[in-house]
Ligand binder design. Structure first.
Ligand SMILES: Nc1ncnc2c1ncn2[C@@H]1O[C@H](COP(=O)(O)OP(=O)(O)O)[C@@H](O)[C@H]1O
Ligand SMILES: [Mg+2]
Length: 267
């Protein structure tokens, strides 16, 4: 069905950075000259929708030429079948007119989220760098620190391949796990996470990319609708510093891992 490349940002847990990562990936892809559509199916929080609205609302930024994606929110109603039909129709429409569609999803198991995941050519799962968050992907034996079995979310991702196959699409999903909020002073936890994720990636078929550090700046740009990429402009209160430069490099590594550079060059 899809002509556009579909990037779904998903994790069944809330507060892992899905909406923050969505916004940063969107603005990065726009900066590469790609036609980017975005879909928010997290109606309860609607963080991405509000982030984009905040960006549009800042008329005083107009001279900076900040790019915004074509954005659609698909909130659920009381009629699941109608909601699914609406999401399918939105995907078809956006897909036909854009190079990439980025979808932000809720931090819960929900029928729209499951359907949303089934469109992913690339699935990016941000994961706080903690064993608590890892539990969403797999049960870990606390004594041996070995993986017992994949968890519900991993099974759900697996199930979506069947949904794709039923629609006559390729069943492959490039699943990227992104460690988020990496702390400087946490060597022991970092090591356990690294080892467990390496084991798990082989078992359930994802790749791990270099993560994003814990940085205050991510929390302070939402109301202005800004991203790290916009800080190359001189914006009062958002002066670029070394931490931001490092953060931008981390973000660039993620966008390179998604790998749409060739598409951008061709366009
Ligand atoms: N790398 C980071 N460093 C610092 N704060 C972050 C980082 N990533 C996300 N946050 C903050 O964590 C909170 C949850 O992020 P959000 O993107 O809303 O997660 P989700 O969409 O998964 O619920 C927000 O306050 C956001 O600003
Ligand atoms: Mg969110």
């Amino acid at each position: 069905m899809s002509k556009a490349h579909i990037v779904v940002i998903g994790n069944e847990k809330g507060g892992t950075g899905k909406s923050t990562v969505s916004m940063h990936v969107i603005v990065s892809l726009l900066g590469m000259g790609l036609r980017v559509g975005s879909i928010d199916i997290d109606a309860r929080q609607a963080t991405l929708t509000r982030y984009i609205q905040n960006r549009q609302a800042r008329k005083d930024f107009a001279q900076l030429g900040l790019q915004v994606p074509d954005h659609v929110a698909v909130p659920p109603t009381t009629d699941p079948a109608a909601d699914e039909a609406r999401l399918l129709e939105t995907m078809e429409r956006m897909s036909a007119t854009h190079d990439v569609v980025v979808m932000d999803t809720p931090g819960s198991d929900h029928y729209l989220s499951r359907l949303g995941h089934s469109f992913a050519d690339t699935l990016v799962t941000p994961l706080n760098d903690s064993l608590v968050d890892l539990d969403v992907l797999a049960r870990v034996d606390p004594l041996t620190m070995k993986i017992i079995r994949p968890s519900h979310y991993a099974e759900m991702v697996w199930e979506t391949k069947k949904t794709r196959a039923m629609r006559g699409e390729k069943a492959v999903v490039d699943w990227i796990v992104l460690r988020n909020r990496l702390a400087h002073l946490d060597a022991r936890n970092k090591q356990s996470m690294e080892k467990l994720l390496a084991d798990l990636s082989k078992r359930i078929g994802f790749r791990v990319v270099p993560g994003l550090g814990e940085r205050v700046i991510y929390r302070s740009m939402f109301l202005e609708g800004l991203t790290l990429l916009d800080l190359r402009h001189k914006i009062p209160g958002f002066e670029l510093n070394m931490s931001h430069v490092a953060a931008r490099q981390e973000l660039r590594a993620l966008v390179e891992a998604i790998g749409l550079g060739k598409m951008a060059e061709a366009g």
